[in-house]
Ligand binder design. Structure first.
Ligand code: NAD
Length: 370
């Protein structure tokens, strides 16, 4: 049986708390039915931590996060904290987790469940069966590059500056993550940049090619300009398997890809750090959506993005692919049976609360594991 794995749960604010409760239900199910016991610690982050401690995450919680095998993160934020200082506002907790754990690779799957294909902005034929994974570099590039700032010019104008900058190591490590993940899927990687107008894009392409040729010769590597990739994602998205790209392009392309699948309440994500000598990586798993203050506390949240983030944790942090498959199959079956939360509701379907959706997933797991 698997040894205990240390998980830190940070539900955060708003619907983060509600969707995390449904993951807790799954963890209890795993404990009882699969004999997988997790050591779970739960703590505060975001606005909840600010109310209790005056900061968005404490050093003590950060310590637990860094020493955990995986962090499950709900969502942070809300209008009541809009006016608090930049350093202590809820999002600062999320940024600190990413920074202190060096979470440089952000994984955003775009999977279109057959039952939800009608909810996509594209026609069913283009999205049914869609399964792509975008790997976005998360800690470098134009969002962090120096120099940056806004300066006053002698002629009275102002000038805003940001710098796109990448090193060999930064490109290589995120490409390795993409190739490793591709090996477990279709083994096809599309590296995306703009080498036609950016030197950092030239370097990106050269380094991605180097990694492909020297370390993953059996993988199928292609290259695409970012603007073309945006177009191809809405033209024929199923041509892609794994896309690897920088921070800025990844930010945009992953949002485009996610909308192909319908609803924000269905989108999971993972962020991975560097591997240590034993191969263990810092990792955080979270839904793409925020704290949804408009529906918080009403039982209306869709917990499936959080539940699928949990499945990603099983797969990528604990190598429990079979259990991850089981959870994902349960989600698929629940949707096929016509059960829906409000955000993905369709005519003739059965409307469930957040808790009822969590219960439906575990009931389906009971069936699958019987
Ligand atoms: P949001 O993702 O919270 O909500 C956008 C819309 O989608 C809302 O109408 C909401 O009701 C709906 N929605 C989102 N998730 C849903 C779910 N699981 N089930 C059903 N409906 C869902 O984005 P927002 O409204 O722009 O931001 C609200 C707060 O969340 C802000 O304070 C923002 O800063 C914060 N935020 C946090 C994160 C994070 O913690 N990672 C991400 C985005 C936004």
């Amino acid at each position: 049986m698997a040894a205990n794995k240390k998980i830190l749960m940070l539900p955060g604010d708003g619907i983060g708390v509600e969707v995390m409760s449904e993951v807790r239900r799954l963890i209890d199910w795993m404990d009882k039915r699969r004999s997988v016991t997790f050591d779970v610690t739960q703590d505060l982050v975001g606005g909840a931590a600010y109310e209790a401690h005056g900061e968005a995450i404490t050093d003590k919680t950060m310590d637990v996060a860094v020493n955990s095998d995986a962090v499950l993160f709900g969502a942070v934020g809300g209008p009541q904290w809009d006016s608090v200082g930049y350093d202590v506002r809820p999002e600062a907790g999320l940024l600190r987790l990413r920074k202190d754990m060096d979470l440089f690779a952000n994984l955003r799957p775009a999977i279109c469940f057959d039952a939800l294909a009608e909810a996509s902005s594209l026609k069913r034929q283009f999205v049914a069966g869609l399964d792509i994974l975008i790997v976005r570099e998360l800690t470098g590039g134009v969002y962090f590059g120096e120099p940056r700032g806004i300066e006053n010019l002698p002629d009275g104008q102002r000038r805003g500056v940001n710098t796109q900058v990448y090193t060999t190591d930064e490109i290589r490590r995120v490409c390795r993550v993409a190739f490793d993940l591709a090996a477990k899927r279709g083994n096809r990687v599309c590296s995306v940049e703009k080498n036609n107008v950016m030197e950092s894009g030239v370097l990106w392409r050269e380094e991605a090619s180097w990694i492909g040729e020297n370390e993953y010769p059996s993988a199928d590597l292609s290259h695409m300009l970012a603007d073309n990739c945006a177009m191809q994602l809405v033209r024929t998205p199923k041509q892609f398997d794994v896309i690897v790209t920088d921070n800025l392009f990844g930010d945009m392309l992953s949002d485009v890809a996610s909308m192909l699948t319908g609803s924000l309440g269905m989108l999971p994500s993972a962020s991975l750090g560097p591997a240590d000598d034993s191969g263990r990586r810092h990792a955080m798993y979270e839904p793409v959506h925020g704290s949804a203050p408009d529906i918080a506390g009403q039982g209306k949240a869709n917990p499936l993005a959080m539940i699928q983030s949990y499945a990603m944790m099983l797969r990528y942090s604990f190598d429990m692919g079979e259990d991850a498959d089981l959870v994902e199959q349960a989600v698929r079956n629940v949707l096929d049976s016509g059960k829906r939360t409000g955000d993905i509701m369709q005519d003739g379907m059965e409307l469930l609360s957040c808790q009822q959706m969590g219960e439906a997933v575990t009931a389906e797991l009971d069936e699958l594991a019987a």
